[in-house]
Design a protein around this ligand. Structure first.
Ligand code: GLN
Length: 197
């Protein structure tokens, strides 16, 4: 199975590198058009600027194609801006307009809720199924998960706060495992996708 990384904007090379490290030899496809998406069996949505990614998804024809694939059960791992694009509910953020979303994950999320770029930080994250040490969580103008509905399951915590959820084959994380140099989350996701690659 080929694994895609949505490659319209954001930290795409970092995800490709993290995937190649996590599972050497995995077949990777940068996804820029619907034809790219059709080749992949799982997709990573990178961090970046959710409003920009949403606009480019519309312009490239990928919005509709991606909504269909997610609806038919394609596994997705979304980080940061990607989490925003999958949330069912966005609490209004201060300043600027919020993007449209695919309304998949049963969570309420607020963009930029940990502060500005300068207030970005690294903190240990407890991640379901990963043994010690804690996962190094990199938070960059991160969205905050304000509440988790019944259909989504928390899978990552920073202190008492939920910073990652899973709903069936779709994972959404407020932090950036692709920037931490620790391949465990990418590896765990690919393992959950199945043995065929
Ligand atoms: N603040 C960005 C947004 O609202 C997300 C930041 C990120 O992906 N690192 O889209």
């Amino acid at each position: 199975m080929k694994v895609g990384v949505l490659a319209l904007q954001g930290d795409v090379p970092e995800h490709l590198r993290a995937l190649a490290t996590a599972v050497p030899g995995v077949a990777l496809v940068p996804v820029r058009r619907p034809a790219d998406l059709a080749q992949v069996g799982a997709l990573f949505l990178p961090g970046g600027e959710s409003t920009t990614i949403a606009r480019l998804l519309g312009e490239s024809g990928l919005w509709t194609a991606l909504a269909e694939r997610i609806g038919s059960g394609m596994p997705v791992l979304a980080t940061c801006a990607g989490l925003i694009l999958l949330a069912q509910r966005l609490a209004p953020s201060t300043g600027g307009t919020d993007p449209p979303t695919f309304a998949v994950l049963d969570v309420t999320v607020r963009r930029n809720d940990y502060g500005s770029q300068r207030e970005s930080f690294e903190a240990p994250v407890r991640f379901e199924g990963l043994r010690s040490p804690p996962f190094p969580g990199v938070f960059i103008r991160a969205p905050r998960i304000l509440s988790v509905g019944r259909d989504a399951m928390p899978i990552a915590w920073q202190g008492d706060e939920v910073v990652g959820v899973r709903q069936g084959p779709v994972w959404g994380l407020a932090f950036h495992p692709e920037l931490s140099g620790d391949p465990r989350v990418h590896r765990a996701f690919l393992r959950s996708v199945g043995p065929r690659r």
